[in-house]
Design a protein around this ligand. Structure first.
Ligand code: CUA
Length: 418
């Protein structure tokens, strides 16, 4: 460029400039080609996976609707691939073959060529018609609502950042893990409590939006028992990536047992001889919470006599005593303002997952963490540190500032909720 800068401008000069800027690039090109090849390799290799691919939608599908979507893909993808290479190939071919050889070089004009124009209008229209017909058929197919006595109805409610499931006919509420009987159609009614989410269990079905103020439908069916991974597929804020889900399909017999267990109230909190007085206090606290929605800690009064007993028994020594105190902490620390435990007086919060059978689940907090005491301890120490949340604005669980002893006591109670 610099050599040509002092040359007076002329039509020839432009090309001199182009050449001088192209030539240095040419000398670098082998390296650029290698870099490009490396980049392409990395991108392609990124599509490889070793071992299990629990959300792969292309193989090993376990539900009729997932297969329906896959069949459409099997038709459209080869067509799209052929068109892609044909069009890109033609573009490259034309660019090279018909590149301008001089400034006077003009392409042959084909405007008014009726045959060519009719051809390139009709052929794409036909291709799109074929793709369109199969797409519309599939869309109608997977949007067909299942009905009949055999069909299990479940309401799915998206929350920032977890899934709530209600089984209206069974009277069950659970979270994050959708438990279904294998081999049976399940009709989901999806909605949201806050923003738009998207329910996506790829091995079993497609994606359906969960939208506030609206109900969408999805039919899910699992061919065989299994633990199927899925996730929220619509960006819904801070912890969207931590809004996973599981569909757990059980043998029909096991499923019936699960239903029976879920229908029961929570196992009663253990009482020791001295818990009689605090139990009544707990009832009052519950009544408070029920009428005013107040979650003001009532701990100091509620725990007094147990606390005296605890002075003689260090925390962690007597699980029964720990659990009895844990149940009271659940109310007094405000957990019950958001969480329900059916059968525990005063624990009827509706904002967060129902914990009546918490430890019957394998995972918690948006199905992100394995449910065990170690993870539960980390969680209770500081929930937003484990999963980004915004509790000050009503999104997710706040850090309650619990002491290690209080956490031990809460876990001693919670782990009984099977
Ligand atoms: Cu819910 Cu993303």
């Amino acid at each position: 460029m610099r050599e040509s800068a002092c040359v007076p401008p002329s039509s020839d000069d432009n090309r001199t400039e182009v050449r001088s800027s192209v030539n240095p690039r040419r000398t670098r090109s082998p390296r650029a080609v290698w870099l490009l090849a490396l980049l392409a390799f990395v991108v392609v290799a990124g599509a490889c996976g070793q071992g299990e691919l629990p959300q792969n939608t292309l193989s090993d599908l376990k539900g009729p609707d997932a297969r329906n979507v896959d069949r459409l893909w099997d038709l459209v993808f080869p067509i799209a691939t052929v068109i892609f290479f044909l069009v890109q190939g033609l573009i490259v071919f034309v660019l090279i073959k018909f590149r301008a050889k001089s400034d006077d070089d003009q392409p042959v004009q084909v405007h008014g060529n009726a045959k060519a124009e009719i051809g390139w209008t009709i052929v794409p229209a036909l291709i799109l018609a074929v793709v369109g017909v199969f797409t519309v058929v599939t869309v109608f197919d997977i949007n067909q609502r299942a009905d009949g006595a055999e069909v299990l109805q479940v309401k799915v409610i998206g929350h920032q950042w977890w899934w709530e499931y209600e089984y209206p006919d069974e009277g069950i509420e659970t979270a994050n893990e959708l438990v279904i009987p294998a081999g049976r159609q399940v009709q989901l009614e999806l909605t949201s409590a806050d923003v738009i989410h998207n329910f996506w269990p790829p091995k079993l079905a497609g994606k359906v939006y969960a939208i506030p103020g609206r109900v969408n439908y999805m039919t899910v069916q699992a061919d065989e028992p299994g633990d199927y991974s899925g996730q929220c597929a619509e960006y819904c804020g801070l912890s969207h990536a931590n809004m996973r889900l599981r569909v757990i399909a059980l043998e029909p017999g096991e499923y019936d047992e699960w239903v029976e267990n879920q229908q029961r109230d929570a196992v009663a909190a253990p009482t020791t001889t001295t818990t009689a007085a605090p139990t009544t206090t707990t009832t009052e606290a519950g009544a408070d919470a029920g009428t005013g929605g107040s979650t003001t800690p009532t701990g100091p009064t509620a725990g007094t006599s147990l606390a005296t007993e605890q002075e003689e028994t260090p925390v962690g020594e007597d699980p029964e005593l720990d659990a009895a105190i844990g149940a009271e902490l659940f109310i007094s620390k405000g957990c019950s303002g958001c969480h329900s435990i059916n059968g525990l007086e005063g624990a009827n919060g509706q904002l967060a997952p129902n914990l009546t059978h918490l430890y019957s689940r394998k995972r918690f907090a948006g199905a992100v963490f394995e449910l065990n005491n170690r993870n539960m301890r980390r969680w209770l120490r500081d929930p937003p540190a484990m999963k980004p949340m915004n509790p000050d604005n009503g999104m997710g669980m706040p850090n309650l500032g619990l002491s290690e002893d209080e956490i031990t006591q809460l876990i001693a109670y919670l782990e009984r909720l099977k």
